[in-house]
Design a binder for this molecule. Structure first.
Ligand code: CA
Length: 244
């Protein structure tokens, strides 16, 4: 199964081999078990402003910048763009609620994936659409020694955000590697699309309520039910790559 996934990746991206040197990790829903708090904060904020949504919608929008999420809600509800003032104040409101709810809990199995990646000699980087200082600053505490601030890609670095490939292309640049020399680890459909559009072998971990199909349709090269499952399969993955 892994061999087939690698073969399909190489054919689709017109690469001749996969030679991993870096792993680009998404943050929310991958390194932190924080998506449920984002979804709750978004849903409650949207409802206060009479914006049409459901809690699940925010798992589909995940990876977008806050501004583009708010704009989508205005388009959906009022068929117009949100003003800059609306974007700013609603994002702030959502961030306050998120910080109130968030317990900053690490994603189960993520530490094991990081350890396995390092043992395989791979660099580890974070590529997130998040602009939450609270979690970004927490990374070094939760995962000491794995993420250098100057190599992080966050909402403060990108203009376009996922599903555009820009964040992951920036991640490749910061890692100093090419697309066939990296993996992306993502939990969100738009994040998967961004990784695939950047030409990178993209591993989905389905840590939320969406159907697996949504992540596979977004183009995921491999899919695991959890970070723990990815950690357990890591050796298989690396040896499949060596033998491909
Ligand atoms: Ca995510």
């Amino acid at each position: 199964m892994i061999q087939e996934a690698i073969a399909r990746y190489l054919q689709k991206q017109q690469q001749t081999f996969l030679s991993p040197k870096a792993v680009l990790f998404d943050m929310d829903g991958v390194l932190y078990d924080s998506m449920r708090f984002h979804a709750r904060a978004w849903y409650e904020t949207a409802t206060r402003h009479q914006l049409t949504s459901t809690p699940e919608l925010f798992y589909l929008y995940e990876g977008r910048t806050g501004e583009s999420t708010i704009n989508e809600l205005y388009q959906k509800t009022f068929q117009r763009d949100a003003t800059d003032e609306e974007k700013k104040s609603i994002y702030e409101e959502k961030a306050v609620l998120f910080n109130q709810y968030n317990d900053e809990k690490a994603m189960q199995g993520a530490a094991e994936v990081l350890e396995a990646a390092r043992a395989s000699g791979l660099q580890t980087l974070v590529v997130t659409g998040s602009g939450q200082h609270s979690l970004i600053n927490k990374l070094e505490h939760t995962y000491p020694g794995y993420f250098k601030r100057e190599k992080m890609v966050t909402a403060f670095d990108v203009k376009l955000g996922k599903p555009h490939p820009e964040p992951y292309l920036m991640g490749l640049e910061k890692a100093g590697v090419k697309a066939h020399e990296a993996f992306v680890v993502e939990n969100a459909p738009m994040g998967v699309q961004a990784g695939v559009a950047a030409g990178i072998f993209t591993i989905a971990v389905n840590t939320g309520p969406l159907d697996d199909r949504v992540l596979l349709d977004a183009g995921a090269n491999l899919l695991y039910p959890s970070m723990t499952a990815l950690a357990e399969d890591w050796e298989n993955l690396m040896s499949a790559i060596k033998n491909s």
